[in-house]
Design a protein around this ligand. Structure first.
Ligand code: ATP
Ligand code: MG
Length: 646
């Protein structure tokens, strides 16, 4: 039994919503979705009000999702202009550089000016409503300006992770037929520079991207770049002689706001399309309630803007709410392992939202990460991206949150637009490792392999029974694949691809991706559970579990482990870890092979790529699939070299 963390008094005292409030609103959102979303749609400023609220169908052959379809609005106007009347001098963005001595505060007034000018620059190049624009930027304020400027003129942005390779860039440009790309000379991360423009040049070479007309380059490091006349244009020159005013385009609620290619943990990237009205309502509402955002708080989501979390919870959600959002250029471990806490102290951060991968990286250094800061300003913590192991949860709570900050373990996907299953700070008693309960309007269910809905305490495939405003509308240019991927496994329901368990309190526990589930001697085992047991061992910093073909059991358990810093790996230790899992979890879950490694293959958003680990464990090196989205592809070679033999 895991420990229950009840809502702390100091959180309860000012929280926007308590447990009774949650229950009441949730019930209302399910009993009367039309009424609920009609009311909460008002949190956004509309140019023309909507009369229709929900028009959605999950039915095979005619899946269609529309919200607020006769309303008009502009996302950028909601994030910027509407705050000018009362909050023009409030800080919109705090930017913290990779170099700890560099930072910048941007007010809403300044944001309005920068965004309007750049929007005018884009127009000058002939970019307008409906055009697709790729953004390949480091974590600098201009990345947010670029997104908002596109939204302002009705261009559809597609942000590409700053770490992706030229091939990955070209694929994404071609898939959506982008007309322009916005990039930088170089980016900075962890004390080194990355040649972003050079990568773009490679992606565009040999006429590999025929749709692309303009490459706009922001000067960040002043590093040397090559130049193609006619195609390349400097950002600062483009905005040299433009007006500070740019009327925000009137967009229909269902006009696309952006395309975002999923991180690719499971195969060919998918061009997820989000539209304007429903997305803005859902992103802003979840941001306010999940983090209990209070006026004048400093909020920091430590994700990259190239990830959906960065879209919804660095840019659109917080700015729509008039919040102060912190943007960090660097990495959590540079110049030292205390960096996160130091940033919290420096900018008096109240809310910190990060990923298990970052938490485990810090945890691997003992309590070092907490030594150089007090983190007294922190009120609420968040986690997203992977199941957070109870061990990592407890550490985050104690070492980073000083034992007083509730952790919002938020489950959601690129496809969802915003958080779907999560605690709320003032409402939910927490269980480490559980994402707890659905957000308003979300109807999760667990299904068996035939699609039968399981009631009460149960385990199964995690589906959502009805639409919510932030849901993706289609896959860019491929509605059939959209239906096929999300609505064909279980008819009439959105299938997330993840598995989950629901306990006797109705709390959800994400067990990992369904295609990662192991079948050992007829027993189904979730990877998350075995990995949590492993991470609970004092020598283990991070673990990834996959199955491999096993003559007797069907599947054997192959375990990759990154040891805690300073731990010496011996045969004794391997034996100890094996016995540990056996006694902590079950003899069935005992690892067959343990592979110690200094690194695991991860996506840029920090997710372990089990697809690749499975191939290595199975001795199938030829067909590793797309590795271009890996943070550090060299990890793969070293894993292959040291593969454990059966
Ligand atoms: P692709 O779909 O291309 O394989 P991806 O699924 O890694 O990429 P994302 O949309 O960024 O891309 O990730 C969503 C997935 O991340 C979820 O389906 C789930 O597996 C995992 N996830 C996110 N948050 C949580 C969480 N709080 N607990 C458990 N798992 C989570
Ligand atoms: Mg996914």
């Amino acid at each position: 039994m895991s420990q229950l963390y009840s809502v702390p008094e100091h959180i309860k005292a000012k929280a926007k919503i308590d447990n009774d409030g949650y229950k009441k609103l949730y019930q209302q959102s399910i009993d009367d979705p039309e009424g609920f979303w009609s009311e909460h749609g008002q949190r956004i400023t509309w140019f023309t009000p909507y009369n229709k609220v929900k028009n959605t169908s999950f039915e095979s052959g005619k899946v269609s999702v529309k919200w607020y379809e006769d309303g008009t609005l502009n996302a950028c106007y909601n994030c910027v202009d509407r705050h000018l009347a009362n909050n023009a001098d409030k800080t919109a963005i705090i930017w913290e550089g990779d170099d700890p001595s560099v930072d910048k505060h941007i007010t809403y007034r300044e944001l309005h000016k920068e965004v309007s000018r750049f929007a005018n620059g884009l127009k000058k190049l002939g970019i307008g409503k409906g055009d697709r624009v790729a953004i390949y930027m480091p974590m600098v304020p201009e990345a947010a300006y670029a997104m908002l400027a596109c939204a302002r003129i009705g261009a559809v942005h597609s942000v590409i992770f700053g770490g992706f390779s030229p091939n990955a860039i070209a694929d994404r440009i071609n898939d959506c037929q982008a007309k322009a790309i916005i990039t930088a000379d170089e980016g900075r991360r962890g004390g080194s520079t990355i040649g972003l423009k050079a990568n773009v040049d490679k992606a565009l070479s040999d006429d590999a991207c025929p749709s692309l007309e303009h490459s706009i380059v922001c000067r960040v490091t002043e590093g040397e770049v090559e130049w193609t006349e006619g195609r390349d244009v400097w950002w600062h020159e483009l905005v040299g002689e433009v007006s500070d005013e740019c009327q925000a385009e009137v967009m229909n609620a269902e006009d696309p706001l952006f395309i975002l290619y999923t991180s690719g943990s499971t195969g060919k990237p998918k061009g997820v399309v989000h539209t304007t009205g429903g997305y803005m309502v859902y992103a802003s509402m979840t941001h306010e309630y999940v983090f209990d955002y209070q006026e004048d708080e400093v909020y920091w989501c430590a994700a990259d803007v190239g990830w959906i979390t960065g879209h919804s919870y660095i840019v659109y959600g917080p700015l729509a709410n008039g919040a102060t959002t912190l943007m960090f250029e660097g990495v959590p471990t540079y110049p030292g392992v205390g960096r996160i806490g130091e940033i919290v102290d420096k900018h008096k951060v109240n809310i910190l939202y990060t990923a298990p991968t970052a938490i485990r990286a810090l945890m691997a250094k003992g309590d070092e990460a907490a030594k150089t800061s007090t983190r007294e300003s922190l009120r609420i913590l968040g986690s997203v991206g992977e199941p957070i192991n109870p061990e990592a949860w407890e550490w985050y709570h104690r070492a980073i949150g000083n034992g007083k900050c509730p952790i919002m373990d938020t489950w959601w996907q690129t496809e969802n637009g915003g958080i779907l299953i999560t605690p709320l700070p003032g409402a939910t008693d927490l269980k480490p490792g559980s994402a707890t309960r659905p957000f308003f309007g979300i109807q999760p269910a667990l299904v068996d392999s035939e699609g039968n809905i399981q009631e009460g305490e149960a385990e199964g495939g995690l589906v959502i029974k009805d639409s919510w405003p932030g849901q993706m509308r289609t896959l860019w240019g491929d509605h059939e694949r959209f239906e096929q991927t999300y609505f064909s496994t279980f008819k009439g329901m959105y299938f997330s691809g993840d598995g989950a368990r629901r306990d006797s309190d109705g709390y959800y526990w994400i067990t990992g991706r369904m295609d990662d589930v192991l079948n050992v001697s007829g027993h189904r085992l979730g990877t998350a559970e075995i990995e949590s047991a492993l991470v609970a061992h004092k020598a283990v910093a991070e673990a990834a579990v996959v199955g491999y073909p096993h003559d007797l059991k069907g599947q054997g358990i192959y375990v990759y482990i990154t040891p805690v810093e300073g731990v010496e790996v011996t045969d004794e230790l391997t034996k100890e870890v094996r016995n540990w899992v056996r006694s902590e979890l079950s003899p069935i879950a005992t690892p067959d092979l343990i592979h110690w490694t200094t690194g695991l293959p991860k996506t840029r958003s920090g997710k372990i790529m089990r697809r690749i680990l499975r191939k290595i464990a199975a001795n199938e090196y030829e067909n590793l699939g797309d590795t271009s989205t890996l943070a550090d592809p060299s990890v793969v070679d070293s894993l292959i070299e040291n593969r454990m033999n059966k």
